[in-house]
Design a protein around this ligand. Sequence first.
Ligand SMILES: *Cc1c(COP(=O)(O)O)cnc(C)c1O
Length: 376
Amino acid sequence: MKPLQMVDTKTQYQKIKTEVDAAVIGVLESSMFIGGKVVNDFATDLADYHKSKHCIPCANGTDALQIAMMALGLQPGDEVITPSFTYIATVEVAALLNIKPIFVEVNKQTFCLDPEAIEKAITPKTKAIIPVHLYGHAADMEKIMAIATKHNLFVIEDNAQGIGCTYTFTDGTSKKTGTIGHIGCTSFYPSKNLGAFGDGGAMFTDDDELANKLRMIASHGQSKRYYHDVVGCNSRLDAVQAAVLTIKLRRLDNYILARRKAADFYDAAFANNEKITTPFRAANQQHVFHQYTLQLTNVNRDELSQYLTDNGVPNMIYYPVPAHKQKMFDAFGGSNFNLPITDLLTDCVISLPIHTELDEEQQTFITTKVLEFINK
Ligand SMILES: *Cc1c(COP(=O)(O)O)cnc(C)c1O
């Protein structure tokens, strides 16, 4: 059996090595390391893939979120509504800008923001909602956009885990996640569904004015060379990453299919086990399975995790401490939030290996070990 890993980016690379190596060497020989044609062409390809008017590459997904908040003009003291059950980057950048994260509850099935909880958390200071398409399943964007319109709020999608997910509205139209809100943000961290060989990120919008602001802020607030109109930062995607990503983007839909197939295998193996809840898949979207995350009932999750580790099955807890309970947010009153579903999920989730290179032999081994512990 091939060795088990949470993500197998090495085998994935081996399959496209000739093409990727040539593209990377092309960048080295051109000496155009920052900006230039390779980066611009990738941004165009990625915008086309998303059917988005603008795609602005940047240095990483965390920067994308920060630049989005800056471009929307969010000010210190403003409030943004976000899940606590997410990766820290979503909320850290709000705090960095002195914007107050208002942590709200997620839906227990989807792991994503609960629209009802959003409405209850809106105050006169609320400026934006930040849904996270956690594990690759989209938040309830139709309801979230309706709430945003009603209350005149911005929506920044954290699509770092959801890239490629297609979301269908009740009127039958479809959009890619990351293009539904005012700004969408994504990450090309190597283990993400579209992973670079280093850091990278991008922002999406259909609004020309916002696109200009995003571009300016990512480039030292510069409107033209050496003319700096607003306070910005330095956040660039480099050409080596863009070259790699261009090649992988052509395969993204196939990569998603491979992940979905692996998820189907797990679903079948765990079906009808009363202690295991497999990931929910809303009928109006294509889950892209950045993670395959189980909810356990009447199982000692940490003992299962240890058992799997002892038996050579990698597994992860995403995330062991919700954002509102991180020390980082003490100053923002994090511990004042009462989020029982978030706390429950934090204690009962476990993620199994999922990536584009899993085979049935590996998955049989993984599911056998999980069930051995669960049914003992
Ligand atoms: C990975 C990730 C980010 C941050 O992306 P980086 O490129 O690592 O900065 C933000 N939000 C979520 C949900 C993520 O998974």
